[in-house]
Write a protein that binds this ligand. Structure first.
Ligand SMILES: Nc1ncnc2c1ncn2[C@@H]1O[C@H](COP(=O)(O)OP(=O)(O)OP(=O)(O)O)[C@@H](O)[C@H]1O
Ligand SMILES: [Mg+2]
Length: 507
């Protein structure tokens, strides 16, 4: 049975359907990642819930997205419904105890949980381009925008900062092209328009401050249980790109910010990536490669990543190869394509002579799965037909009232609820424009009424225009320098970007 070195997930059965043995996830291999797959309604979310409960009880904080709202029940005590009690008996879960878990609700829109934010600077050009589905040429311009921001000390916190910077870039496109390469007004304009779309989809809530502190999703309770961070994702799923990019950013933040720890007795955090296919759909190869790299390397930071999706084929092979702990629920096999998918899914397991894997996958009942966890020496165990245990917390959603109460009592209550809009690119560029305009007005005044002397007929040649533009440049330069001086110290050291181009905040 489960002890403090493993999580009990269910009972495997012999060919004659009788009880075989307890199936467990070994906590010391919890950072070797995992995969939960299966068709709609086959039991993926419940399996996720069972694993999340197990990790939390073992003191491991968990982060997961709640796509349909049905995972929120993990915050409440379970109830002894007949079918659950029956299942508990089948898997010899005795006693079957009920429990509520320490949940922190999060929501990018700030409605179903504490707002969760990141700054544009932290997100970086690679993820921003992915989020906005930019073309390669536009991505080039986005890279230049971030370089300019870094070099000129312009803080990109929210969407309006990026808008302001892009507008500014369009104004000096020629000058920038000479320095950085192709920056055309149309390409900048195209990015600006995509930003407006993003804004209309509600992404403005997400970009800004206070940005999420990683420490806040790594909390434990006084009685030694890991916090379960549940991200409300029902509304978010209407913008799948934002959902996927956000989780990717969070994963890369964890990777950049957490220290190297090697293999531990148990993970420091477990991260569930539901609807994981969204992450890879039409993703450019470079992004897939980087994700693969982060997944591979994040292990030694003590973070386990568990992908949840319908079919293992949704996950690129190189990433799939990293996922050690597997729970495969039933798949349908009506079309030839589905049959092929079933065979491929079957081939990812270490075979069991007792049954044919491909056939079994199509016959599994709800809440039953083919399970293969890493065993001694981190080798995948022989695959077993396993009945998954029932959860200890509530199966299904919590009520709005219950949610409100939990949000009010949360350890981060009040910390993120108000957005803060401090001075950043938008304000700085506004100030710069104003200064330049004032200088221009001053120069004009000097040229006309300000000076007593003039050379008749030569004004146009020596002209106000030449003098004015050089004057304007000096003022602009001075403004940039002062900005770099005041902000440079905080931004300067942070210019180094991680694998996914995100910016690790100094701790
Ligand atoms: N381990 C289990 N013990 C008892 N009942 C279960 C178990 N797993 C699944 N069920 C039953 O099956 C139902 C569907 O399971 P679940 O919501 O996990 O499916 P899913 O694969 O996440 O579906 P979807 O793809 O639609 O999100 C549950 O509401 C529950 O009634
Ligand atoms: Mg589900």
């Amino acid at each position: 049975m489960a002890d403090d070195t493993s999580i009990f997930i269910g009972a495997s059965r012999k060919p004659d359907d009788s009880y075989q043995r307890a199936e467990e996830l070994l906590l010391r291999y919890g950072n070797r990642h995992g995969l939960i797959t299966g068709a709609t309604g086959t039991g993926k979310t419940v399996s996720l819930q069972v694993l999340a409960e197990g990790f939390s009880n073992a003191g491991v904080p968990v982060f997961c997205a709640d796509i349909k709202g049905d995972l929120s029940g993990i915050a409440m005590m379970g109830e002894g419904k007949d079918f659950l009690v029956k299942r508990a008996g089948q898997v010899k879960l005795d006693p079957y105890q009920f429990q509520e878990f320490p949940v922190i609700f999060w929501d990018l829109f700030g409605e179903q949980g504490h707002p969760i934010r990141a700054t544009i600077s932290e997100m970086g050009p690679l993820l921003m381009s992915r989020l906005m589905t930019l073309t390669e040429a536009q991505e080039g311009v986005m890279n230049i925008a971030f370089r300019i921001a870094d070099e000129e000390g312009l803080l990109l916190l929210d969407l309006k900062d990026l808008q302001a910077l892009l507008a500014n870039m369009a104004d000096r496109a020629d000058q920038l092209s000479a320095r950085y390469g192709n920056v055309t007004k149309p390409s900048v304009g195209a990015i600006q328009r995509t930003l407006l779309v993003l804004e209309s989809q509600g992404a403005a809530n997400f970009f800004g401050e206070p940005a999420l502190r990683i420490a806040d999703i790594m909390r434990t309770t006084r009685d030694g249980r890991g916090a379960v961070s549940v991200l409300a994702a029902d509304k978010l799923m209407m913008n799948p790109r934002l959902y996927a990019t956000f989780l990717l950013w969070l994963m890369s933040e964890l990777f950049e910010e957490l220290p190297e720890v090697g293999d531990l007795e148990r993970p420091k955090l477990v991260f569930f990536f539901d609807e994981a296919h969204l992450l890879f759909e039409d993703a450019p190869k470079v992004l897939i490669d980087r994700v693969e790299q982060v997944v591979r390397l994040i292990r030694s930071k003590g973070v386990g990543v568990y992908f949840v999706t319908q079919n293992p084929l949704d996950i690129p092979e190189k990433v799939l190869a990293q996922l050690g702990n597997r729970v495969q629920h039933a798949l349908r096999a009506y079309t030839p394509r589905e049959q092929q998918a079933v065979r491929t899914a079957a081939e990812t397991f270490r075979p069991n002579p007792d049954f044919d894997c491909a056939t079994a996958i199509t016959q599994l009942a709800t809440g039953e799965a083919l399970v293969s966890m890493l065993e001694d020496k981190g080798v995948p165990a022989m695959v077993q037909r396993t009945l998954i245990r029932p959860p200890s917390s509530r199966l299904g959603p919590i009520t709005p009232d219950e949610r409100r109460k939990i949000i009010a009592e949360s350890p981060v209550a009040g910390q993120y609820d108000q957005a803060v809009d401090r001075e950043s690119a938008f304000e700085m560029l506004q100030k710069k424009t104003k200064e330049a305009q004032e200088a221009e007005a001053q120069a004009q005044q000097q040229n006309s009424g300000g000076s007593r002397w003039t050379i008749p007929g030569f004004d146009d040649v020596l002209g106000t225009s030449g003098r004015r533009s050089s004057n304007r440049q000096t003022v602009a330069e001075a403004a940039i320098k002062s900005v770099v001086r005041s902000v440079g110290s905080s931004v300067g050291r942070a210019i180094v970007r991680g694998i996914l181009g995100s910016l690790a905040r100094g701790r």
